[in-house]
Ligand binder design. Structure first.
Ligand code: IPE
Ligand code: IPE
Ligand code: MG
Length: 268
């Protein structure tokens, strides 16, 4: 209760003082890993009489704010869903425009990410992309590999089922090669073979645009994530919206299957 009040006070203060973000100390507990399904670029563009591509461009601006928010609040892991394995179903012209946006972002934003201590980690089946994009992606990952303020996973051609399938194949290969026995396979074996190996599971999963589904994002990793849904469209997701999501997180009871009476500080 106290932490929630503190968090509301933080939001109040941030509005009152017109600060971009509330004080990081007032948000507690903080998520360690935030996953975001950025949805609604197309609807936002339609509402503004703009093209869907213009909506995606505005979406990139919202991502910049999100990164700033994570750095400000010292949240060490951020994952965004930028292009799903199902998004190839979109009209060719939109897919092409999204690829160009991705390429531009890799070319223009990597330096800034590096300056801010952000490590870029592209996850997904990159082999389906144009070799130019693959090269830029590898370069951007190498250039930022020494950073540790924020691990920034960008999921492209990513699907949760793909992630688990690939992990299963690698594990099967290890068994075939005699490196691992079937009895040794546990949940952590699978977690360690996913694209998010060595990272904590997301504890907060945000989806914008009023849709209430996971759309094949981080299926395994989101097992115990707190879900936060907002009707805001992705380009509208600003600093205040981010703070609201954090505040909501502070008020959640995380019981992990335990009885409510057994959870310290639970909110009935
Ligand atoms: C999310 O916005 C961005 C991507 C999936 C690339 P959408 O493009 O899905 O926007 P809506 O859902 O059509 O409004
Ligand atoms: C999910 O959004 C994928 C990304 C945000 C990249 P979609 O707009 O593609 O999801 P659905 O099709 O509405 O489930
Ligand atoms: Mg959508």
């Amino acid at each position: 209760m106290f932490t929630t009040l503190k968090a509301f006070f933080a939001l109040f203060l941030s509005k009152f003082k017109r600060q971009k973000h509330s004080s990081p100390d007032l948000i507690s507990p903080k998520p360690q890993h935030i996953a975001v399904i950025m949805d609604g670029n197309g609807r936002w563009a339609n509402s503004q009489g703009m093209s869907r591509v213009a909506g995606h461009k505005r979406g990139v601006e919202a991502v910049k704010n999100l990164i700033k928010g994570c750095l400000h609040h010292e949240i060490p892991y951020l994952s965004i869903f930028a292009f799903s394995s199902e998004n190839w179903n979109r009209p060719e012209s939109e897919v092409k425009a999204l690829m160009e946006l991705l390429m531009t972002a890799l070319k223009n934003q990597t330096k800034k990410l590096d300056e801010n201590g952000v490590r870029l980690n592209l996850i997904g089946d990159l082999s389906k992309f144009d070799p130019k994009i693959q090269q830029l992606a590898q370069q951007a990952m190498r250039d930022t590999a020494h950073n540790d303020k924020l691990i920034f996973n960008v999921a492209i051609n990513y699907g949760g089922r793909w992630d688990v399938t690939e992990a299963a194949k690698r594990i099967a290969q290890k068994v075939v090669d005699g490196e691992l026995s079937v009895e040794q396979i546990g949940e952590s074996t699978i977690s360690q073979e996913l694209s998010t190996a060595d990272q904590p599971d997301p504890d907060l999963l945000i989806r914008t645009s009023g849709e209430y589904r996971i759309s094949n994002f981080m299926l395994w990793q989101a097992a115990y994530a707190e879900f936060y849904f907002t009707d805001l469209l992705w380009p509208e997701f600003d600093e205040e919206a981010f703070t609201q999501a954090l505040i909501k997180f502070t008020s959640r009871d995380r019981r992990f299957g335990n009885a409510i009476d057994n959870v310290p500080n639970s909110k009935p």
